[in-house]
Write a protein that binds this ligand. Structure first.
Ligand SMILES: *Cc1c(COP(=O)(O)O)cnc(C)c1O
Length: 430
């Protein structure tokens, strides 16, 4: 069945589950109370049952349901583009390619898992999905997916972003979502921080605690998470599966694959289908996960069990973490302000397959402007972290006088981040 006309129809029919190919599994999540490995029924108070089944699936290929394919076909396959103008500006022998996820309904990769999660919740008869959002991309993706599959959404938005990005709130509300500023006085978890400081900037960890609390206390409400979990990363593999076919069709194989990391989902989505060839010993590509210097969970955090939220309500995950109490400074790349890292990305980093890299915000903004001037696309501040390292790698190739094939994920556009660019001195006289 075709739902849209595209020059090439590379839309995958299954997600790729990297757990089927790992030599050893990551350490399992633990119950927050008993500290014993989590049983699927432990999650039933929080997540829809169909979602829990996806989280536990061990098959290599997991079929994408027809209604989800239909929703994907609005914007997938997304374009795979060679950055020829950027290459010219850098005068590098390296070829640079990017997968552009900004063409989705709300402008980022988050829609890929939002659609799948809303579909699964609707199958289970869930009435409302509660969630948190940092920069607002996840909240708007879930609000859209909810409206498509007849599910209400209740979204706790981190205060620093709520204030910086009013446009995102408007979008969520237009889709029918209810948006609350976090930390809020409406939950016990929120009040812990709100009572100390009514202007508390908030964090993803705090907002997660609030959404989980509402889920536990309200019948008919289940929780949705936009990153970190195994199945969320798996839903994002449509990105890499498409990219691989698109590059094959162009006759190129990437040797360096780059993505920014907040919780790890867009990076995993692009990288995992390529990592599978490394795991099978067929290739030796490099995989670089880029994070902000100000929130360096992979480069400076410890690999240990930690809570996914800031209050200690979620299961314990074995991951690189800065600690559940870490409140990152109010970065412009709000989507990268998370204290932990997906257990699967952490596992691959510990195995030495994923190389972590931290970059500073000023360089990131300058590179974003260079990218915009050459390629014409305004990148999300999060995605600009990947651009920044793609430029570094292209310049390194120039120094070495070596041909390279770089592929990075342009996880979203920055049309609702204009004020962040303006505050960094761009647009005025720059
Ligand atoms: C949320 C977001 C990120 C960070 O989240 P990951 O789960 O690490 O992908 C990166 N880029 C954009 C555009 C986002 O919206």
């Amino acid at each position: 069945m075709r739902y849209a006309s595209r020059k090439e129809d590379f839309l995958p029919r299954s997600f790729y589950n990297i757990k089927a190919d790992l030599p050893a599994p990551p350490k399992p999540p633990l119950h927050p109370g008993t500290k014993e490995p989590l049983k699927p029924e432990d999650l039933e108070a929080i997540f829809p049952k169909s979602f829990i089944r996806q989280e536990g699936v061990t098959d290599r290929e997991v079929p994408i349901p027809e209604p989800v394919l239909e929703a994907y076909s609005v914007f997938r396959p997304t374009p795979l583009i060679e950055a020829t103008a950027l290459r010219k500006a850098l005068d590098t022998p390296a070829r640079i390619f990017y997968k552009y996820e900004g063409v989705g309904p709300v402008g980022s990769h988050k829609t890929n898992t939002a659609i799948m999660q809303a579909y699964l919740a609707a199958q289970d008869g869930v009435k409302t999905l509660a969630t948190e959002t940092g920069a607002g991309q996840w909240g708007s993706a879930l609000a859209y997916a909810g409206s498509r599959f007849g599910i209400e959404t209740r979204i706790f938005m981190v205060r620093s972003s709520f204030r910086q990005k009013p446009g995102r709130r408007v979008i969520m509300e237009m889709f029918g979502g209810t948006v609350l500023e976090s930390p809020s006085p409406t939950t016990e978890a929120g009040r812990k921080f709100y009572d100390q400081d009514h202007e508390h900037p908030g964090s993803l960890g705090i907002a997660i605690s609030e959404a989980v609390e509402v889920t536990l206390k309200t019948p008919g409400v289940k929780y949705a998470l936009g990153s970190v979990l195994d199945s969320v990363l798996m839903h994002q593999t449509v990105i890499g599966l498409e990219a691989e076919k698109q590059m094959e069709e162009m006759g190129v194989v990437p040797d360096t694959i780059i993505g920014c990391v907040g919780g790890g989902s867009n990076f995993a989505g692009l990288a995992f289908p390529f990592i599978r060839h490394n795991l099978r010993g067929e290739r030796k590509a490099r995989f670089i996960a880029v994070e902000p210097e100000a929130c360096p969970s992979l480069t400076r955090g410890a690999l240990r069990y930690d809570f996914g939220d800031s209050v200690g309500m979620t299961p314990l995950l074995y991951m690189y973490t800065l600690g559940m109490d870490f409140v990152p400074p109010p970065l412009h790349a709000g989507g990268l302000r998370y204290h932990g890292m997906a257990p699967l990305v952490s596992h691959l980093a510990a195995m030495g397959i994923v190389e972590p890299r931290a970059v500073d915000e000023k360089t990131v903004f300058d590179r974003a402007v260079l990218f915009m001037k050459t390629e014409g696309i305004l990148p999300a501040p999060e995605s600009s972290h990947a651009i920044s390292v793609a430029v570094d790698e292209a310049l390194a190739a120039k120094k070495e006088g070596r041909e390279r094939t770089i592929l990075f994920n342009l996880s979203g556009h920055g049309f609702l981040d204009i004020s962040a660019y303006a505050r960094n001195g761009h647009g005025g006289k720059a």
